[in-house]
Design a protein around this ligand. Structure first.
Ligand code: SF4
Length: 364
């Protein structure tokens, strides 16, 4: 049974220069035909697999920019295709200035429970470095609107270790976010991804990377957010008790999930595939009854083990000991105080948290 559904809406009004997700400006493609193609893929999948979603995640791109008509068509169409009576969490990735109060109320009426607001920073210079197309005031207003429309579970995304961002700037971003009182905050360390403008500028020496800056900013977030009642339940994620993301926890624990839409990834019983990352081609193919699956992979036990180490060691719950017990680096990592055994799990220590990725890499 597949209990987790991801839907990729690839449209963004403005393309951020650091972003490696499949996305593009809507042009004439954000239309009924696009939504109908997602619903058609959903219908085909419902015939192929047993699907009863407990979590739905509208990601992108910027799903909140869909017009009221299109998002209604999409949500109601999904309700006709799948049994949504067991839904526990329905996330909508959203950007400031893409919705007003009326639209936010519509999101709630349609069943969405968890808007995730892409703020990244409240600092004008950092927003400008990141090429964001909204201001801090617009982010505040978007958050206020979500509260007024009745959402009690709103997540805010922030980014740190951005060239030119001082530790003081980062602290003021964190304090600003805390003052808004969201239920969840994600803090992402800027990374330079292939095929992005930021990577080109990094290669030319215009944008630097700095591991000390990464670690200082990471520990500042950890300390400030924990002091303010947020539990650090995954390296990049903090939540008030009971507001941890169910959808993301399902990914990290290796559950099956179905991804619909151009560029969406699915993993079902050790088979993983990616949908054609080409919106026009995806729409045409689905409506012509052709497969949109590309990059189909059969995951081996070893693939699953490597993935579990990479994902579960990053969580506060930790990694079941069976994945790494007896491996050569485990004793050394334990003696260095980077991991610790707690019952039947290995967890990162405070010192190990800033080194999650290299620690995982040493174990595979
Ligand atoms: S809004 Fe989000 S998905 Fe769109 S380009 Fe920017 S970071 Fe990427």
């Amino acid at each position: 049974m597949i209990r987790h559904l991801y839907i990729h809406i690839p449209f963004c009004h403005h393309i951020c220069p650091y972003c490696a997700f499949y996305k593009h400006q809507p042009g004439s493609l954000a239309n009924r035909t696009f939504v109908n193609s997602i619903l058609e893929e959903a219908r085909i999948s419902a015939g192929e697999f047993e699907v009863q979603p407990e979590t739905i995640f509208f990601g992108g791109g910027t799903p909140s920019l869909l017009s009221p008509t299109l998002i209604t068509l999409l949500c109601e169409g999904l309700r006709d295709i799948f049994d949504l009576s067991k839904i526990r969490e329905w996330t909508l990735e959203s950007n400031p200035a893409t919705f007003d109060l009326k639209k936010a109320r519509l999101f709630r009426d349609l069943g969405i429970t968890r808007p995730s607001l892409g703020v990244q920073s409240f600092h004008p210079r950092t927003l400008s470095t990141l090429g964001r197309d909204h201001s801090a005031d617009e982010a505040d207003e978007a958050f206020r609107i979500l509260g007024e429309s009745g959402f009690d579970n709103v997540s805010i995304d922030l980014m740190f270790s951005i060239p030119g961002q001082s530790l003081q700037d980062w602290e003021s971003d964190l304090r600003h976010a805390i003052a808004l009182n969201p239920s969840h905050i994600s803090c992402y360390n800027l990374t330079y991804e292939e095929d992005t403008e930021f990577m080109q500028r990094h290669k030319k020496g215009e944008l630097d990377a700095n591991e000390d800056r990464d670690a200082d900013a990471f520990y500042l977030a950890l300390s400030l957010l924990e002091q303010n009642g947020f539990a650090h339940y995954e390296i990049s994620n903090y939540a008030r008790p009971g507001f941890e993301s169910l959808h993301n926890q399902a990914y990290w624990s290796g559950s099956d999930y179905l991804g619909l839409g151009p560029g969406a990834v699915s993993t079902v019983t050790n088979i993983r595939w990616k949908n054609l990352p080409d919106t026009a081609g995806y729409t045409r193919a689905v409506l012509d009854g052709k497969s949109v699956k590309t990059e189909v992979e059969h995951l081996t036990d070893e693939d699953r083990r490597i993935e579990a180490i990479a994902l579960q060691l990053r969580t506060a719950k930790g990694l079941p000991t069976g994945y790494i017990d007896g491996l050569y680096p485990v004793d050394s990592l334990t003696q260095q105080g980077l991991i610790v055994k707690k019952g039947d799990r290995y967890c990162l220590t405070y010192e190990g948290k800033a080194l999650a990725d290299p620690i995982s890499a040493s174990l595979v």
